[in-house]
Design a protein around this ligand. Structure first.
Ligand SMILES: [Zn+2]
Length: 428
């Protein structure tokens, strides 16, 4: 590697500095440095004119399936897919087998991620032992091993007293609680959104209230305890309104939604396509519009993918029995860019939603292009057109409703600490 790497003439977008300007970025020893005077002898120059140069994207909600279900994804394949999607960091949910509810699983994840080297992996530990919802897990031990937050994601925490104690406990560890908001006595047996489409298809529905009831409970508990709570995969207009009101009262609540909730509605289930089955389910047009609006006004803080790999074994079955979830790491950026083209959000806001805010919420490095920051950088060609083929993705699974879609804009160079983890730009 040459002494200095120069990304030349890119459109540099750095929300933290409100910067949107064409300039060069200089990298030395994996760190962003001040451009020097003149050209150094041993510089590698990469011409990125026409491209955006942004802080490496951070996905705060992925399932890496490792340990336990490596036939769906491994830490290495998931991180490779992350790099191809422009991500330099991912937070992985604890619903592995065994569940990440102790320091040894957390350590395993960190070590495998380190070996793979494609992305920072931030393990999220379980709230309760085995995510069974009855006893708190050992947060100190997981935190010491590298856990950045706690959640029983995949499952809600039913017991409000346990959730209260989790929040109190998280305060003493300075950690974040992430909430999978689902009132399962309302969602039980349901496999898609409750409404006309479900009736027409003869499928049992899940009402919006199954989500918003728990969103409300967790906001109220955050208010009671003073803890920080992050609402995962928000899908309904009602949840968004509750988050908006909570924020206005000063509650420590943040929230994410996922590309499928701003790109697809329950209509995608027509034809019983199991690639449109996820939890929470795809909702109505009204909900989709509420999600889009909340991404613009700051009620939603982040776009996360809820990347949930499943093999054909789990998906190629009757709709009722199919597993929930879709892969998302390699399509999220392109789908986010479609919101920019539709002028729903600005380029800077997209970068904030996909990098700066997740870094801030998780309290991890990245999300900035300031001098002195690690060179975790994504170069995006916003115009590059391609047809997404899930079978050819880097993920081990191909369960995407976006396969075959014509997309526009993608990561063409991903740098992790100045090291190339994905490259589609030709060498100089
Ligand atoms: Zn979840």
């Amino acid at each position: 590697m040459k002494e200095i790497l120069i990304l030349r003439n890119g459109r540099v977008l750095d929300p933290g500095a409100s910067l949107d300007a064409v300039k060069d970025i200089w990298i030395r020893d994996g760190i962003i440095v001040n451009p020097g005077k003149g050209m150094p002898e041993s510089a590698e120059i990469v011409d990125v004119s026409g491209c955006w140069v942004v802080p490496g994207l951070i996905d705060m909600h992925v399932h890496l399936r490792d340990p336990g279900e490596e036939y769906k994804e491994t830490i290495e394949s998931g991180c490779r897919a992350a790099a191809a999607g422009g991500f330099t960091g991912v937070a992985c949910m604890p619903n592995t087998n065994p569940v990440n509810d102790n320091g040894s699983v957390t350590r395993y994840i960190c070590e495998e991620a380190q070996k793979a080297g494609f992305a920072h992996v931030y393990p999220v530990g379980a709230i309760s032992q085995g995510s069974r919802g009855d006893k708190l897990a050992e947060y100190g031990e997981m935190k010491a091993a590298g856990a950045v937050a706690f959640t029983d994601d995949g499952l809600p925490v039913h017991d409000s007293q346990l959730m209260r104690r989790a929040m109190e406990y998280s305060l003493s560890h300075g950690s974040l609680i992430m909430s999978h908001a689902e009132e399962s006595s309302l969602s039980r047996g349901g496999c898609m959104n409750e409404g006309e489409t479900a009736t027409r298809l003869g499928l049992q529905g899940i009402p919006n209230a199954a989500e918003s009831i728990m969103v409300y409970r967790d906001i109220v508990l955050a208010e009671l305890t003073g803890a920080r709570v992050h609402i995962s995969h928000v899908s309904t207009a009602e949840s968004i309104e509750l988050i908006r009101q909570g924020k206005a009262r000063g509650v420590g609540v943040t929230a994410e939604s996922a590309p499928h909730y701003f790109m697809l509605t329950e209509e995608a289930v027509t034809g019983y396509d199991t690639h449109a089955k996820m939890n929470p389910p795809l909702r109505s047009q009204k909900d989709l519009e509420a999600v889009r609006h909340a991404l613009t006004d700051g009620t939603l803080d982040a776009i996360a993918t809820d990347h949930a790999p499943h093999s054909v074994l789990e998906k190629d079955v009757e709709f009722n029995y199919a597993a929930n979830g879709i892969v998302g790491l390699e399509t999220a950026l392109s789908l986010g860019l479609s919101l920019v083209r539709e002028e729903v959000i600005s380029p800077l806001r997209l970068v904030e939603l996909m990098s700066t805010s997740p870094a801030r919420i998780l309290a991890v490095s990245g999300g900035s292009l300031a001098v002195g920051s690690p060179a975790d950088i994504t170069v995006i060609d916003p115009d590059k057109k391609f047809v997404f083929d899930a079978q050819k993705s880097f993920s081990k699974s191909a369960n995407s409703p976006f396969s075959g879609w014509k997309l526009q804009g993608r990561a063409v160079l991903t740098l992790l600490g100045g090291k190339v983890t994905h490259r589609e730009l030709s060498a100089p």
